[in-house]
Every structure is written in C-alpha cells, then in structure tokens.
Ligand binder design. Structure first.
Ligand code: PLP
Length: 376
C-alpha cells in the first residue's frame, strides 16, 4: 500500500486537529469519571459535558438544553426522523417531505416509515442539485408532519435554500430538520435565524473524532428518544456520555465557526482552480451547480472512464479522493445523488469527488491536477 500524502476526501472524514486531540486527552487519561457520579471525579466530567453543550449551543444559536450528544450523524438523523414520525402518529399525520438526494441516514428510516404507512414526498433536485422552494410549497399539506432537507449535499456539495425552507415551514407550523453534517463549518448556520427545528452534526466531518455527533431539537418540538435506558441527557438520549469525544466535538464546533471566514477565503480560489483546470480535461463535466456549492467540494464525471479506476490510479500516486460516497462505494449501484441530478448510470460511475479541508494546500491541488492530466 502506498502512503497517502495528499488527502482530498474530507467529505468522507477528516483528520483530528491538534487542539481537538489535546482537549480530549485529559478526559481519556486522568479524568475518566462517569458524568452521573456524585463524587469529584464524576462532577468534573459533568462540568465538562455542560461546558461542551453550552459552547455548541452558543455557536448554533440555541439553548444548552436543546443540544443532545449522539454517536454521530447517522444516529442524529435517525433520531430526528423517528422522533418526528412518532409525534406525527400522535397528531394523526402521515406525510413527510424530503429531497431525492438525502444521505442514507435519512432515506433508510424514511423507507422504513413508508412500509409502516407514511407517505413520503421526495422533492426533485434538478440538474443543478438544488431543491426548489416552489416545489416544497406545492408539496406541503395539512397532513405534513416533517420536512427534512440537508443543508448541503455530501457528494456534490450543492447548497440548499434552507433559509427559505425554514421560513416556509415556520409559517406553516411544520417541523424542519436539516442534516448539516457537510454544511457546518463550510457555510453559516444559525438555527434561530434560519428557523431550524432540528439539526444534525457529526464530529468526524469537522476534525473531531468518529463516533460522536449532536442533534439540536428546538425546545418546543416534541422529542421521542431513539435510545432509551439511563436518564442521561434529560432522559432524551440514554447511555454514559463519551466525555472525551464530546469535549473534542465542542472544540471542533468552536474552531469551525471561528475559521469559517478564513477557510472560505482560502478554499474558494482553490475550488475555482479545480473547476477550471479539470473542466478542460477531455470528457470532464462538473456535477452540480458551479457556484451554489460548498467551497470545499467539486465532483466531476469523465466520459469513458471508471471512477473507481481513477481513484485507484490516484491512490498509487499517494492522492486520496473518492468515487460515489465512501459509505456506498463497494456496491455496484450508481450513486443515488448523481442519478437524482439526471446523470446516466455510466456518468454516475465515471465520477470522482474532491473534497478539501482548511488544511488543504495549493500544492495538494497542484499534485492532483498534474496526476489527473497524466491519467486522463
Ligand atoms: C457522513 C454523513 C452522515 C453520517 O454521519 P456519521 O457520523 O458518519 O454517522 C450523515 N449525513 C451526511 C450528509 C454525511 O455526510
């Protein structure tokens, strides 16, 4: 195996930043107390947990009691969907609206709910990879119990009109959940200003560790836990809290908000360069809107090429990118995201995603472009 020297798959996962690791270490070494224990070692963990929660709340624009720590983006998404579904049942409602290209952590629970009698509307995302608020407006009914639309897509990075969606849902009194796993740290997110009722984040997409995430649930929204057991986190999410992971997540959340302006300024020119230089390669075509996308993402199809082969050839040169999304690669089905924006199966299979972080350098981009020129 060759070593990866150029890492351009930050939408799959990110490295833990040094300060996040430093913040975590004491909670793995000496301060290992259970946050529910009443003696000093336990109380110290409880204090760290509360501090982490209030830091996340401050950055997201909500109250501490509206933040629940989870095992990651998948659990947060599942909890939001199933909680809203239970509230819907209690209110006699059975309609949910989403988009055709959500992450499977949203789509799979929705498919399960359809089998239990829910009606799910999958809004189209068109060739540019963006839902239209007119379509949402037309789909809303008195039976609608949840709108769940991601803030930015994980494969093609396109940004959804969550401000307008939030306003529309708030006017109609319908809960709005957004999967902001990819968006957070790459664009402005404030749940109060954007009228968001539930929001999912994942640590490992933000330079914190894998296996930790958070779910924000607006205080007024009904909340039914997915995981039950002990009375941790107000009884809303049972299980002994992962203090080190949570402290690291809070540090990463603070960092992400703090670095947003400089990261954006750093990545936008790199994204523009990638877009121009890769577009000039034979058979190359950008997937998703050219500008309404995260500064960190480009996704290209290459006519007549196989995405997986390109990934392996780049790997031989020490460069990591992905084809499809990391969660589904290995399966033969073309990406549901790319088919949702109208790609044929061949176009979808010929795609690669390049995703940057604030640690990406100009020379990483030089290396990738040189390698792609050679391979294609
Ligand atoms: C990675 C990802 C998830 C899943 O998060 P995990 O922490 O890996 O479970 C959910 N939604 C989106 C958009 C993602 O990119």
């Amino acid at each position: 195996m060759s070593d990866t020297t150029v890492y351009l798959d930050n939408a799959a996962t990110t490295r833990i930043s040094d300060n996040v690791l430093e913040a975590m270490l004491p909670w793995l070494r000496e301060s290992y107390g259970n946050a529910s224990s009443i003696y000093a070692l336990g109380r110290r963990s409880a204090i760290a947990l509360n501090k982490a929660r209030s830091l996340c709340a401050e950055v997201l624009g909500c109250e501490s009691r509206e933040i629940f720590f989870t095992s990651g983006g998948t659990e947060s998404d599942n909890t939001a969907v199933y909680s809203a579904a239970r509230a819907a049942r209690a209110a006699g409602k059975r309609h949910i609206i989403t988009s055709a290209f959500e992450h499977h952590a949203i789509l799979k629970p929705l498919e399960a709910l359809e089998r239990e009698g829910f009606n799910v509307t999958y809004l189209p995302v068109y060739e540019n990879g963006i839902v239209r608020t007119e379509d949402l407006k037309a789909a809303l009914t008195d039976d609608t119990a949840l709108v769940t639309i991601m803030a930015a897509n994980n494969e093609i990075g396109t940004i959804q009109p969550i401000d307008e969606i939030g306003t529309l849902c708030r006017e109609r009194g319908i809960p709005f959940h957004t999967d902001a796993v990819q968006a957070f740290g790459n664009m402005r997110i404030n749940v109060r200003e954007q009228n968001i009722d539930m929001l999912s984040l994942s640590g490992h997409k933000l330079h914190a560790m894998k296996g930790v995430g958070l779910l924000y649930v607006k205080g007024a929204a009904p909340f039914f836990p997915l995981i039950s057991g002990g009375s941790q986190q107000s009884g809303k999410r049972a299980g002994t809290e992962n203090i080190a992971g949570i402290v690291g997540l809070a540090e990463a959340v603070r960092d992400a908000a703090e670095h947003l302006p400089d990261k954006t300024a750093h990545l936008l020119p790199l994204r523009e360069r990638l877009t121009e230089e890769i577009s000039a390669l034979p058979g190359a075509r950008l997937n998703g809107d050219r500008r309404l996308r995260l500064p960190s993402n480009v996704n290209f199809s290459f006519a007549g090429q196989e995405g997986e082969t390109l990934v392996l050839k780049l790997d031989l040169r020490g460069i990591a990118v992905s084809s499809g999304s990391a969660c589904t690669s290995g399966s033969l089905d073309p990406s549901h995201v790319l088919t949702a924006i109208g790609c044929t199966h061949d176009e979808a299979r010929s795609s690669i995603r390049i995703s940057m972080s604030r640690y990406t350098t100009e020379s990483d981009i030089d290396a990738l472009i040189a390698a792609l020129k050679e391979i294609i």
